[in-house]
Design a protein around this ligand. Structure first.
Ligand SMILES: Cc1cc(-c2n[nH]c(CCNC(=O)c3cc(-c4ccc(F)cc4)cc(O)c3O)n2)ccn1
Ligand SMILES: [Mg+2]
Length: 214
């Protein structure tokens, strides 16, 4: 049988990027997915917003829900301070295997831990598994109907602290309408919408940044 899209993305990285150079890995994926075949990476347009929010927060502990090929894991990890960590959760083992190789190609394997499984199962185990108190930053980029239940789960598991920043991808396309209602009408969050486009297209999309007020 033929290769998968994630396998073709890995090949494009190995062919066009420089080992240990995260920016070249990002550029290689963006070029491939814009000119050869579309893929559900956060992409270069929304990626610039992710970069700026991340730089502002400068998290010690970051969580990403939805790894896919590791594109946003590389975007996040390349901007983390020394000793800061990213935990990223991927449901599909085949995606996780590719992401592990792309993150390693970028030289960021010491900053990123990939965990395989469903967010709803893994979130309640995070404190004990990783000996962490709370997350400073959470990037929601997984199944769009899990944004609300998993945000509530993060609250209930004490994994958010006063000031934790949640950044949600795809709030317009494919869309997370319940999530927008939840964070925008909730006094425990201060939210702001960053308009952009769906990765590698002209379709409307955007990121919602929500600060947990405790
Ligand atoms: C339950 C659970 C789930 C996960 C998990 N791991 N990996 C993911 C990936 C989820 N991402 C998407 O589905 C996604 C889709 C589009 C899209 C698709 C088709 C279109 F036509 C237009 C847009 C665009 C995007 O930017 C996306 O992010 N979820 C991990 C853990 N636990
Ligand atoms: Mg996305």
């Amino acid at each position: 049988t033929g290769s998968s899209r994630p396998q073709r993305i890995l090949k494009a990285v190995q062919k066009n990027a420089t080992k240990g150079d995260p920016q070249s890995v990002i550029s290689a994926i963006d070029y491939y997915c814009r000119h050869k075949e579309w893929a559900m990476n956060v992409g270069d347009d929304k990626g610039l917003i992710l970069d700026s929010v991340l730089t502002e927060v400068n998290p010690s502990m970051a969580l990403e829900l939805g790894t896919y090929c590791g594109y946003s894991s590389v975007r996040i990890a390349r901007l983390l301070s020394p000793n800061s960590k990213l935990i990223t959760v991927e449901f599909n083992p085949a995606f996780a295997a590719i992401a592990r190789q792309i993150i390693a190609y970028a030289g960021l394997q010491d900053k990123v831990t990939i965990v395989e499984g469903a967010s709803g199962d893994l979130i309640p185990k995070m404190k004990e598994r990783f000996g962490l108190k709370s997350f400073d930053f959470v990037f929601l980029d997984h199944w769009k109907d899990r944004y609300v239940p998993d945000t509530k789960l993060l609250e209930d598991c004490g994994l958010l602290r006063k000031g934790t920043v949640l950044l949600a991808d795809n709030v317009i396309c494919p869309g997370a309408p319940e999530y927008l209602k939840y964070v925008r009408n909730n006094p425990r969050y201060e939210s702001r919408y960053y308009p952009s486009v769906l990765e590698y297209t002209k379709a409307e999309d955007g990121l919602e940044k929500s600060v947990f007020l405790g």
